[in-house]
Design a protein around this ligand. Structure first.
Ligand SMILES: [Zn+2]
Length: 379
């Protein structure tokens, strides 16, 4: 089969309005492995849209040459709702403006329902069990009501991806170095992805809990393995969230680098024909997500950083001052904020204005930190 393009309509939020997803499919429908890539789920995070735009041309040529093994599904933009969130010239794409929350949260937890349905259908054959599970996942997703436009978006994205073997969710930070969220249990086999993308921070994240897009399918597999320990069940899908630098790091030159890295990863693991050669060396060691410090502003003000993105920070080091511009005493005007972690300053918000309790920068660290003793407002 060769390249097909489909459109998926979302529930209309009002008469006369309808938004659609554009889905590019390559390879043999239903073949394994199934690879799913989408970009800009947070619709104001656009580096991945150019990466996937670059890749769909390559994939079309590879498909015509019979060089795709399995099926590859690509959505160059995953969130047409967020893409239209423009307010007086400013684009906000992280939250549904009609009240349905962060577009990368609140994916349904379907494992109990699926487990109830398939208990009697699982046998001693792992491949057969995996087929039963993937079918049940899609049926459960399709049965989820998902009311409202944002929830029909969540439902549509899950229906396209939740039975995949590999899921790549392309995001970025406000300002950042290249980093990614990596499923720890897949590190030995697939750690070359971080090397190919030149990541300078690698965050191991738990795939058995959460409500994000990337954990929605993995939680199901974890829960089913726990619930049916005497039945052979396949590996948890490989899901990763790529944080492709910052919101303004958007351009064909960077996209070409990143698309090439992803392409070499897909070649090395057998989804595409061709020899990618050896991966480059890793630029850092993985650190746990729980070791990452969210720096929080204790007061309102203007952020003045003392260090640059990518700098190595020691625990106790001041990363930034929050400045009250109206205070005449220079020192009193500045409230220093220290890092609790020793590691790399890998991300910062794009705005330099903060309110009390707002997270504005992140430092990776190798040691798990106790949670903040106050709620963190994470924009
Ligand atoms: Zn994001």
């Amino acid at each position: 089969m060769v390249h097909r393009v489909e459109t998926v309509s979302l529930m209309s939020p009002g008469p006369g309005t309808e938004r659609v997803l554009t889905v590019h499919r390559f390879g043999e429908p239903g073949a394994r492995p199934k690879v799913y890539l989408h970009a800009a789920l947070h619709a104001d995070e656009l580096p991945g849209a150019l990466i996937l735009n670059r890749m769909i041309g390559w994939l079309r040529a590879a498909d015509e040459a019979g060089e795709i093994h399995g099926e590859i599904v690509v959505l160059p933009y995953a969130n047409p709702v967020g893409l239209s969130n423009r307010i007086m010239g400013y684009h906000l794409g992280r939250y549904d403006l009609d009240g349905d929350g962060n577009f990368n949260r609140w994916y349904p937890e379907l494992s109990r329902k699926i487990g109830n349905h398939i208990g009697n259908l699982l046998g001693d054959d792992e491949a057969a069990n995996n087929t039963v599970i993937r079918k049940a996942i899609l049926e459960a997703v399709n049965a989820w009501p998902g009311e409202g436009e944002a929830n029909t978006l969540r439902k549509a994205l899950m229906a396209l991806s939740a039975d995949s073997d590999f899921i790549f969710d392309l995001h970025c930070h406000g300002e950042a170095i290249q980093y990614l969220y990596f499923p720890e249990d897949h590190w030995e086999r697939y750690g070359d992805l971080a090397a190919e993308l030149g990541c300078r921070t690698i965050l191991f994240f738990p795939t058995d809990s959460g409500s994000t897009f990337d954990t929605a399918p993995t939680m199901i597999w974890h829960a089913l393995r726990e619930r049916f320990p005497d039945r052979p069940i396949g590996e948890t899908p490989f899901t990763t969230t790529l944080e492709l630098r910052g919101q303004n790091d958007v351009g064909d030159d960077l996209a070409l680098e990143d698309a090439t890295g992803l392409w070499r990863f897909l070649q090395r693991h057998g989804m595409l024909a061709g020899d990618p050669g050896d991966p480059p060396g890793l630029l850092c060691k993985p650190t746990p997500l729980g070791g990452s410090d969210n720096l929080v502003a204790p007061v309102a003000g203007v952020i003045s950083y003392r260090v640059a993105l990518g700098d190595w920070i020691e625990a106790g080091e001041v990363v930034a001052d929050i400045v009250d511009p109206a205070e005449i005493d220079f020192q009193k005007a500045r409230t220093p904020v220290m890092s609790r972690a020793t590691g790399v300053l890998y991300g910062r918000t794009i705005s330099r204005l903060v309110r009390p309790g707002q997270s504005f920068a992140v430092v990776s660290g190798s040691v798990e930190l106790p949670p903040n003793d106050y709620p963190v407002i994470d924009y």
